[in-house]
Design a protein around this ligand. Structure first.
Ligand code: ADP
Ligand code: MG
Length: 481
């Protein structure tokens, strides 16, 4: 037997750092800061006598998430103290939610190439982050940075519904996209804005009871999620096949070796001595507030993608590309609204515009060519004032100068020649000058049409309407017979 004879069962706890200005319970700034301990106040250092106040912005973001995944929003939830001793936690307890979380249930639909599946959520709760310890900077010493201490986290807990490493990574990507779309998290994985704890167990069949799980902590990339699960499943399969049993454990993933190693035996909830935090009142959210947040919700990514297929007739692939990020989707929607041809808009936004953004290291929302400006250029392509090829050059000039397309077209005399008389004149001269090619064409070598069109293009400095030129050249050559 080998690992493929087992079914993987995976459940994921995702820590999402909420994009608030202040921390979860203290007024210290939540922005990323390179310098240690500059963004921590007496509360984050755990000084006695300080009192926490729940950040309303973080609460609203949790509700946004709950509404997006169709979860139940608790009108009364409760903060609890989770006790453990470690130098990253000077208070000796983390404020979290335990018995009464703010978000209950919910569903995430994951579309991964040809695979589509749903993952049920158990809950999502608010908590504060711990500080950050560094053990390898000074020999024999550990350094503590409390900038991260107290940052607001939304911990999203899935049911054990995932069945492969690939599904787990696809689930992670879907969550990443969703929290960015909802503008509740910056999604910066390098800075740890999204961290995954992955629980893995094995069994033979879907109908078997769940096996004993191990939890791999703190994975901050989709690739690590996949690798850690593959390796952990292989380790468990080997043990089970040798007749041994799995010990429930918390494990660490070593990014260099790709292996997982034991960190500690799994603690139970009772080890943490959870109890309601007496410094914080129960968290109440009234229906009106929930309704207000609901009214402010954006269209969700899946709905957006489907609308691109239905409304604009885009292929599922193009619809997926253009709805990959909210900023891009907003940009595309604006272009498509102002441009006579939505498919043309889709091609240009997904193609040239994104390429320019990528090479300039910017996003559509910040691009020097706004959606309205691109729509202006596309209108000139659609009405054949300029060809698509000229459009590319004009777009590059717009990017540089931030001038509208019409100004560049006019200023540089770039508009396409669609005057049949003028084009015929050009073609007539070329036909006259190249009798040999005319003869060969008429003898059946039809690909020489390209030669005449090319010459005429050259003659007009690339400004001839290519489609019209093609038709004219063909007609004139056939008439020569
Ligand atoms: P804890 O905080 O103790 O880790 P939970 O009971 O909330 O506890 O479970 C954490 C995660 O583990 C959830 O995402 C859940 O889906 C997952 N999980 C629970 N049992 C299993 C199992 N047997 N195999 C894989 N994942 C599991
Ligand atoms: Mg856990």
């Amino acid at each position: 037997m080998a690992v493929q004879d087992w079914q993987m069962v995976i459940g994921i706890e995702t820590h999402v750092q909420l994009a608030t200005r202040a921390k979860m319970f203290s007024s210290a700034p939540a922005a990323w800061c390179e310098q240690p301990n500059l963004q921590a106040n007496e509360l984050d250092f755990g000084m006695p006598g300080t009192l926490p106040v729940a950040n309303q912005a973080a609460v609203d973001m949790a509700v946004r998430f709950g509404l997006a995944v169709d979860a139940r929003i608790a009108t009364v939830s409760e903060f609890a103290r989770k006790h453990y001793f470690y130098p990253d936690l000077p208070k000796g307890y983390q404020i979290s939610q335990f018995e009464h979380p703010i978000i209950n249930g919910g569903l995430i639909t994951v579309a991964d190439d040809d695979d589509q599946f749903a993952v049920r959520l158990v809950r999502a709760h608010l908590e504060e982050d711990a500080g950050k310890l560094t053990h390898d900077m000074r020999p024999g010493k550990s350094l503590a940075d409390y900038n991260r201490a107290g940052l607001p986290l939304l911990e999203i807990v899935s049911e054990p519904d995932l069945r492969s490493a690939r599904q787990a990574a696809a689930y992670g990507r879907t969550l990443h996209k969703l929290v960015r779309w909802l503008q509740i998290c910056d999604g910066n994985m390098q800075e740890g804005s999204l961290r995954f704890d992955v629980n893995v167990s094995l069994r033979h069949n879907e109908s078997d009871p769940l096996g004993t799980r191990c939890e791999i902590k703190n994975l901050n990339s989709f690739r690590f999620v996949e690798q850690a699960i593959e390796n952990e499943a292989a380790r468990q399969a080997q043990l089970l096949e040798a007749g041994e049993s799995i010990i429930q454990q918390t494990r660490l993933f070593d990014t260099t070796s790709g292996q997982t190693r034991a960190m500690r035996s799994k603690e139970d909830a009772q080890d943490y001595r959870y109890f309601p935090d007496p410094d914080l009142l129960p968290l109440r959210i009234d229906e009106q507030t929930i309704e207000k947040i609901r009214r402010g919700m954006p269209e969700l990514p899946d709905a957006c993608r489907q609308r691109y297929i239905d409304q604009y007739g885009l292929s599922p692939y193009d619809a997926g590309v253009l709805s990959a990020e909210r900023g891009l989707a907003t940009y595309f929607d604006e272009v498509a609204r102002q441009c006579p041809d939505a498919k043309l808009a889709a091609n240009w936004v997904a193609g040239d515009l994104l390429a320019l953004c990528n090479s300039a290291g910017t996003t559509p929302a910040k691009a020097p060519v706004t959606a309205a400006m691109l729509a202006g250029l596309l209108s000139r392509i659609a009405d054949q004032t300029v060809s698509g090829k000229m459009g590319k050059e004009i777009l590059a000039k717009m990017w540089q100068s931030q001038k509208p397309a019409d100004e560049i077209i006019e200023g540089e005399g770039l508009s396409q020649i669609s005057d049949a008389g003028q084009l015929q004149e050009v073609l007539a001269t070329i036909i006259e000058k190249n009798p040999k090619q005319v003869q060969q064409y008429q003898a059946g070598k039809h690909k020489l049409l390209g030669f005449f069109v090319g010459q005429a293009m050259k003659e007009t400095g690339g400004q001839a309407n290519p489609q019209q030129l093609n038709e004219l050249a063909k007609r004139m050559l056939d008439e020569q017979k």
